[in-house]
Design a protein around this ligand. Sequence first.
Ligand SMILES: O=C(O)CCC(=O)C(=O)O
Length: 393
Amino acid sequence: MNNVIEPVQAPPAFSRADHAAGMSAYRAAGAALAAAIGNRGPLRLTADGQLHPDIQAAYWRHGYYIFEGVIDPAEVEALRTDAQTMLARAPTGPDATTDAAGRPALGLDYARLPYRFTKPLADPWGGTSQLNGRHPAQMAQPKPDAGAPEHVVFLMYSMCQSMPAGLRLYGHPKLLAAAQSINGTDFVPFNDAIFVKQPGLGGSVAWHQDGVTHWNSPDWDEGIHGFNFQVQIYPTTLGNCLWVIPGSHKLGKADIKAMVAANGGSEQLPGAVPLVCAAGDVTMVNRQMVHGSFANSSPDLRISLTFGFHRRKSVLGQKAALSITDTNATYDEQRIFDRSAVIQVAIDARHQAFPQEPVFRYQPFTGLEDEFRFSPETFDRVIRDYNTKDLAI
Ligand SMILES: O=C(O)CCC(=O)C(=O)O
């Protein structure tokens, strides 16, 4: 599989510093709008384990919420260690098989290679037909500073297989309680991807809406394409964070090309808010929101552990989409069960590591817990190459 994502055009000759300077007024306006909306605070559950109704209402109103301080500093540290190990074990480029230390790269034996590369500060998807063509307008692509590498890691997959702390995170009781409140007790997973935005190098993610399956469905509503969490393991800043257009999840399929054209061709779309977070915060973003991130011309690293959840009925019987379209799979009961089993094993992996913490009860696996305890056997049976069973819509 080709694991480098080439941008559609050569980058123009404006510098990283020009880009950063040209964003400053936009960033200030976004920060003011974010402050006015609020939509952030601790992840509060009710006595019966539901996401607090005020938070649910705020999420459905704006399409996102920022949960503050969900992941404690020790767990953030463990996630950083595992993510940095994964980065250090990446091949030195898209065609390489060894890492920077000359060791065989991680994942050469995985069914799906766990790394995707881009050119520094490039927009690999905007204006292309990749990922069902969902990124119709290309972002500005500044020229990186002298000495930049030819390619940088842009995405890392397989956090439940490659990062022990990543698997434990996937079983987090409060995050799963939130997923259950939004998508129902029979909620199912989507996929996971780690966005790596290296300082002064990280590529952009052009404005898009994630969902590609249900725009014309007779049952379409604002929650039909599910949502993504992003667990931030470094602070996110105005210079490197994800931006969202509040309320856009309610409005159906957006004409992003027309939105950019109406904005004088500028990618700095009005009305967007930056999701600025502390390390340990978790964002929840509706997959129908218009959202994106700019080339990381800032000095700040961002690593965002991104994983999503769906309503079961949104997925059952649907065809594989996005990066797994070419598998031509249909999501039947067995596939949904097999992919959902990762949640149950993650719950037990977490329980073994943090026995004092409440354990999330995942309704589809009630009575099956003993078959899905975390062990070398379930690692091989359930976790190894689990992402070949992702449920992208
Ligand atoms: O974090 C980013 O920069 C992009 C995230 C994104 O587009 C997504 O989660 O769908």
